[in-house]
Design a protein. Structure first.
Ligand SMILES: Nc1ncnc2c1ncn2[C@@H]1O[C@H](COP(=O)(O)OP(=O)(O)OP(=O)(O)O)[C@@H](O)[C@H]1O
Ligand SMILES: [Mg+2]
Length: 333
């Protein structure tokens, strides 16, 4: 019989960190728990009911309705979720058109709908109005969408750092993700979460590391559409990282769900091109420069090396250390 110490040092021949290890880690540390998600959804449902009623009671304001967007709506939220995204559709012709005016106007409407809230509970942020609940500490980012009667819910959103409003559709984004989730039940959403977790660890190590969740989701979607089976998380994660390294993120990513490829511009001149599946003119990666692209590629290269070293590690302890480079110190194997 081997002692515990000796067992930990025992060489193994098969892959030391398995799909089951990653799945268990995801369950314990990465994923927003189902009960917590339900809880958040319930709280945000109450908020939305209230705002939808307020909109209906004040038709003169041009508020239309709210919609849950972002990772809580898509089922791709991490445990570390710190804000909930709600879109507020407003009539473009009745509301201020410049972003700061629109946000201030929206904040005034929200304060009117919630007179009992303190001034600092409803704050104008860069691209949204943030409502913070005093008791739970939960915060909801309300983003205005300027709507012009499009049946697919297309409207203009400011929220994305490019400066200009972007024509897009939150309901079509939700449908896009739902379609991929249905094709690879549980596994697609889990891969999105694991990639987002890896990104989170990179950001903790480097303030300058940028890789927005929506872009990660599009890259995972691209691989899923390309036939990558996501049911083994070690293999699938390796494939995502290998894709980043091999393409150096210089291959454009696009989808033909809502427009033909022929509609895409020949080149946008940007280092990374990941197109919004709903709007062929919206490169969701337009904000990234060459050095940010390089950082992502380097990080993926390092992660890939760590995973392959883990495969050949002679002790489980060493394999765990390698995977910690990818998934952070909370990964214990
Ligand atoms: N550049 C963009 N162009 C168009 N729509 C975008 C863009 N960025 C985000 N969105 C929309 O906003 C939603 C939320 O995007 P975000 O990147 O905040 O991801 P998230 O899924 O909420 O992730 P997180 O868990 O990190 O908050 C997306 O699902 C998409 O509908
Ligand atoms: Mg979000």
């Amino acid at each position: 019989m081997l002692g515990a110490q000796a067992a930990a040092e025992t060489p193994f021949s098969s892959a030391p960190i398995s799909h089951a290890d990653i799945a268990a880690f995801a369950d314990d540390c990465v994923n927003l728990k189902r009960e917590d998600a339900e809880d958040y959804r319930e709280q945000v449902r109450r908020l939305r009911d209230k705002l939808d009623k307020y909109a209906a009671d004040h038709p003169e304001y041009g508020l239309i309705k709210t919609m849950l967007s972002g990772s809580l709506a898509k089922g791709t939220a991490l445990k570390t979720l710190n804000d909930i995204d709600v879109a507020f559709y407003v009539k473009a012709e009745k509301t201020p058109s410049a972003e700061p005016d629109l946000l201030n106007w929206l904040a005034a409407r929200l304060r009117e709908a919630y007179p009992q809230m303190k001034a600092d509970q409803i704050k104008v942020n860069k691209h949204s109005v943030c409502i913070t609940y005093a008791v739970s500490g939960l915060s909801v980012d309300v983003v205005p969408v300027q709507y012009k009667d499009d049946p697919d819910g297309r409207g203009y959103l400011f929220a994305f750092d490019g400066g200009k409003p972007v024509l897009t559709s939150i309901p079509l984004h939700l449908a896009f993700i739902r379609k991929r989730k249905a094709r690879q039940k549980d596994h697609f959403a889990q891969m999105v979460r694991l990639v987002k977790w890896w990104i989170r660890i990179q950001k903790l190590n480097d303030d300058g590391f940028k890789f927005k969740s929506f872009m990660a989701e599009m890259i995972v979607s691209h691989l899923a559409d390309d036939g990558v089976d996501m049911s083994d998380y070690t293999v699938a994660l390796e494939k995502v990282l290998a894709y980043i390294v091999k393409s150096r993120l210089k291959t454009r990513v696009y989808f033909t769900d809502y427009y033909p490829a022929s509609k895409l511009a020949k080149s946008t001149g940007k280092p990374i091109e990941v197109f919004d599946p709903v709007n062929e003119n919206n490169n969701v990666a337009a904000i990234y420069n060459e050095s940010q692209r390089q950082k992502i590629v380097n990080a993926a290269q390092n992660a890939l090396e760590a995973i392959s070293e883990a495969r050949f590690a002679t002790t489980r302890g060493r394999a765990i250390e390698c995977w910690q480079d990818v998934l952070g110190p909370s990964f214990r194997g």
